[in-house]
Design a protein. Sequence first.
Length: 417
Amino acid sequence: MSDAPGWTSPGSQPPEQDPDRTTAPAPPPHQQQPQQPQPQPQPQGWTAGPGVPPQPGPQAPYGQQGPYGQQPPYGQQPGYGQQPPAGWGAPPPAWGPREYAAKPGVIPLRPLGLGEILDGAVSTARAHWRTVLAISLGIAVVIQLLSSVAMKLWLSENSGFAALENNPDPTTEELRDGLADLGAFSSVAGIATLIGSVLATAMLTIVVSRAVLGRSVTLGEAWDDSRRQLHRLLGLTLLTGLIVVAAVAVPVLLGVLLGSPPIAILGLIGGIVLAVWLWVRLSLAAPALMLERQGVFTALRRSYKLVSDSWWRIFGIQLLITVLVTIVAGMLDIPFTVIAEIVGSDGGFDSFISGSLSDLTWTYLLISGIGAVISSAITLPISAGVTALLYIDQRIRREALDLELARAAGITPQPGS
């Protein structure tokens, strides 16, 4: 987000000294203890942005006093006869629990719980419903339209795939035609879904980032902020999918090449575990790429770093949201599909019982498509919102992003608060 300093690329600018920072008065010279210069640890390829106070542990620059209310370096005591500054020990670190946190937008600026993450995603959709609905509904309509046309062309009664339905002994040519039709349908539907998912993720992530600061965003603004990163997000999505698939395919292929079914089965089990682990470690790469204006590989490294030490928490939240979204989508899809099978197919109720694909009609595709569009328009903002808020939450916990967000929202923190 170009207008919030917290979203700038890591390491693009060094932190600036805050001219309004109040420092504790220095004790008299005879009361000062000598300090030795120590090297300060620097983050790897990341700066929290201008205006963020140093984290507990590293010392202030040599010869300078720490900010008002800050504890002395670990292992040192206050000067002889000096009283601790007001607010000593009062504020916990940025990632610890707080009694109060500012809430300029849809979430409080502090580490979030599961309920707050889910509520933030829903609140974003409600507060910016025009923009969110325009994005999710528009993309869902286009995806479903292309998928329905492809289904009618390649999976209806005149297709080669339909000829295989009741043919227990197809010829080689019939198999080839059926697989070609299935491949054509899958390609069109898959490409439409991929592009639509990339567009929705990019634009909805921008909407969430504005909603966190309590700022409005129009459809045009979301598009302007996201369009320069779309090709990178597409590459990131393809690369992440390739990594996850390779994690499963390589161990299985190794077992097949060795001619050992037990090794292939163990490789499949181990590959699935590895794929899930990698998917979680890389799950925050998309918001990192969009909000930090990163490249593909830098975004992958950022996600890998942000998820470290929080894998189980993020896995649990992502799994719960996936199950929840799947249930909601099914509750919306199934009634329309049943009605479409009974009303819209040539075989009527018999077609619904048999599950035949060869009786598809435009009426069936229209009714079932309406259900798919409604479910996508509701679930897309929730999924994208939860992922974006998980990313923000991890940066609050690890990098004190809440302080930067407060500055971007125009909230001035008071000394000792």
